[in-house]
Design a protein around this ligand. Structure first.
Ligand code: NAI
Ligand code: MG
Length: 327
C-alpha cells in the first residue's frame, strides 16, 4: 500500500487528476490517497497558496501527484520542489502517434536543475531603479544534477549528454556550470559529452532535434526548452514530468492550469497519465507502468478518443476511460 499525496490544484489540474486517479484505481496496486489543497483557489479560501498541511503530507508520502496551480505557481510548485529538495526535474520529449507531432520519432530527456538558478524567488527584490534577480549557481547543486544526467544516460542506454548554458555571456555562473559539466563527464567515459549555448540549442531543437538524447541545464533554461520540446511533439497536453530528490518524488504535467479551457472538459489528461506512469517507475512498479503506457499508446494509436488539442472531439473523462478500458 503506497501513501500518495494528491494535490489537484487549480483549473484543468483538477480535471486531469480526476481522470488519472480513475485509471490508477484499475491497476493491481493499492494506493492510499491523501488529498490536499494548494493553489489560487486555496489561497482565496484559506489565505495560503501552499498550506503547511499540504507540504507536510507531501513530505511524508511515498510519492506526490500534482495537477497544476494558476497564478500562485511560484508559491506552490516551485516552493514544493525547493522545500522537498527535489533537485532533478525530468521532462521527457517523446513523440506519440496521432498527436500532430512535428517529428514522429523523438525521444529526448531534459534534466533540469530544480532548486536554484534564477528560480530562487526569495533572491528577487525591488530596487530604487526597478527590480533585480540573482542567479544562484552552486557547485554542489550543479554537480548533483550533472551527475544525475550522466547516470540517467548510463542506466537508460543513452550514448550522449548535452550540457546547455550561456557561458559566453554569463561567464561566472554558467562558466562554472560548463567546467563542472566536463569535470563530471570524465567519470562517464562511455557517454559522449557535448555542450551548446542555450540560444543555439533553441534553434537546433527545431532544425535537428534527433541529435539530442539527454540535455542537462539550469532551472530557467530547462523550463523554456521543455515547453519548446512540447511544441515539437504535439503540445503541452502530452508532456509529463518527474521531480526527484533523495527522499521524495513529485510527479506533474508540465502544463499549467490552462484558464482558457478550464471547466470545459477539453483538457488532455495524457500528460498527467504519463506523469503517473513516471511515478509508478519511481516506486519500482515497472510492470504496471508498462501496462499503463501500453494502454495510453493504444488509445492514441487508435485515434478514436482524442481531445480537441489532438484534433479529436472527446473530453478529458472519455480519454481517461478509454485508457482504463485498454489496460
Ligand atoms: P498553460 O500550460 O496553462 O497553458 C498554455 C496553453 O496550452 C494554453 O493554450 C492551454 O489551453 C494549453 N494546454 C495546457 N495544458 C493542456 C492540456 N492538458 N490539454 C490541452 N491543452 C492544454 O500555461 P499558461 O497559459 O502560460 O499559464 C496558465 C496558468 O498556469 C498561469 O496562472 C500560470 O502561472 C500557471 N502555470 C502553472 C504551472 C504549474 O502549476 N506547474 C506551470 C505553468 C503555468
Ligand atoms: Mg514551464
Amino acid at each position: 500500500m503506497y501513501k500518495i499525496s494528491v494535490v489537484p490544484g487549480d483549473g484543468i489540474g483538477k480535471e486531469v487528476m480526476d481522470a488519472t486517479i480513475n485509471v490508477l484505481d484499475s491497476l493491481d496496486i493499492n494506493f492510499n490517497y491523501k488529498y490536499n489543497d494548494a493553489g489560487d483557489e486555496c489561497k482565496e479560501d484559506c489565505g495560503y497558496a501552499l498550506p503547511e498541511d499540504t507540504l507536510k503530507i507531501a513530505k511524508n508520502s511515498d510519492a506526490c501527484l500534482f495537477g497544476a496551480a494558476g497564478e500562485t505557481a511560484a508559491d506552490v510548485i516551485v516552493k514544493l520542489r525547493q522545500e522537498m529538495k527535489l533537485f532533478a526535474n525530468l521532462r521527457p520529449i517523446k513523440s506519440y502517434p496521432n498527436t500532430n507531432a512535428l517529428f514522429d520519432d523523438l525521444d529526448i530527456m531534459i534534466v533540469r536543475e530544480n532548486t536554484e538558478g534564477l528560480y530562487k524567488t526569495e533572491s528577487e527584490e525591488y530596487t530604487d531603479e526597478g527590480a533585480i534577480a540573482k542567479r544562484i549557481i552552486t557547485r554542489e547543486a550543479e554537480e548533483r544534477i550533472i551527475n544525475y544526467a550522466f547516470k540517467y544516460a548510463e542506466d537508460n542506454n543513452k550514448s550522449k549528454v548535452t550540457g546547455v548554458h550561456k557561458a559566453n555571456v554569463l561567464k561566472k555562473t554558467d562558466g562554472l556550470f560548463k567546467d563542472i559539466f566536463y569535470e563530471v563527464s570524465k567519470n562517464y567515459p562511455s557517454i559522449e559529452a557535448e555542450d551548446y549555448y542555450v540560444d543555439a540549442t533553441a534553434m537546433y531543437l527545431i532544425t535537428r532535434p534527433k541529435d539530442f538524447e539527454v540535455i542537462v541545464t539550469t532551472n530557467l533554461f530547462g523550463d523554456i526548452l521543455s515547453d519548446e520540446g512540447a511544441g515539437l511533439v504535439g503540445g503541452l497536453g502530452l508532456i509529463p514530468s518527474a521531480n526527484i530528490g533523495e527522499h521524495g518524488g513529485l510527479f506533474e504535467p508540465v502544463h499549467g492550469s490552462a484558464p482558457d479551457i478550464a471547466g470545459k472538459g477539453l483538457a488532455n489528461p495524457t500528460a498527467m497519465l504519463l506523469s503517473a506512469e513516471m511515478m509508478l517507475r519511481y516506486l519500482g512498479e515497472n510492470t504496471e507502468a508498462d501496462r499503463l503506457n501500453d494502454a495510453i499508446l493504444t488509445v492514441l494509436s487508435k485515434g478514436e478518443t482524442l481531445t480537441p488539442d489532438l484534433g479529436g472531439s472527446s473530453n478529458t473523462k472519455e480519454l481517461g476511460e478509454a485508457v482504463k478500458n485498454n489496460l
